[in-house]
Design a protein around this ligand. Structure first.
Ligand code: CTP
Ligand code: ZN
Length: 154
């Protein structure tokens, strides 16, 4: 690393979400319910140069690990993200996010008339047509859901 590059501190214990699609770090922050009132450090880097992607975002959270629902939500917006679990400064687990081919319960259908939005006990269910750009198809009404629709729900 040259001296002109910014070095963001390593964390001791917690989670580093790396390789987030450039520009989506604040959406990840929102998904994780981070309010700014947490007493532990949170680092957000936006549009930093990346070898793998053109630019990437990074979110580092001290003292917190993610649940599977949060990981799936992140995968919808940042399909190349890597979740690193850090313990005592070491990466003890590295997980590439992966969107399942069938997505249940994480998001709602955009069609107000869809049975999954009615009082019936029917859970929202989508098929993954494309990861990037994100295209999901509703199992019930065939409606197409895109990234902008997902962003509106988080
Ligand atoms: N990291 C951190 N604090 C630590 C250890 C790692 O903030 N105590 C961060 C690194 O800065 C990096 C990410 O966690 O952004 C993953 O660390 P590492 O696996 O060491 O980096 P790479 O090998 O570059 O990861 P990859 O192969 O996933 O790009
Ligand atoms: Zn539907």
């Amino acid at each position: 690393m040259s001296e002109r590059e910014l070095r963001v501190s390593k964390i001791k214990d917690g989670t580093v979400i790396d390789h987030i699609t450039g520009g989506h770090a604040l959406d990840v922050v929102k998904i994780l319910g981070i309010t700014g009132h947490e007493k532990k450090p949170i680092t957000v880097a936006i549009h930093v140069p990346s070898k793998r992607l053109k630019t990437k975002d990074i979110v580092k959270i001290e003292g917190r690990e993610l649940n599977p629902q949060e990981v799936h939500k992140i995968a919808l917006l940042a399909p190349h993200a890597t979740i690193n679990i850090i313990r005592d400064y070491k990466v003890v687990k590295k997980q590439e996010v992966k969107l399942p081919s069938v997505i249940e319960n994480i998001i709602k259908c955009v069609n107000p008339a869809c049975i999954s939005n009615s009082d019936e006990p029917v859970r929202a269910k989508f098929y993954l047509d494309s990861e990037e750009p994100l295209v999901l198809k509703c199992h019930y009404c065939g409606c197409i859901i895109e990234k902008k629709d997902v962003l509106e729900q988080f």
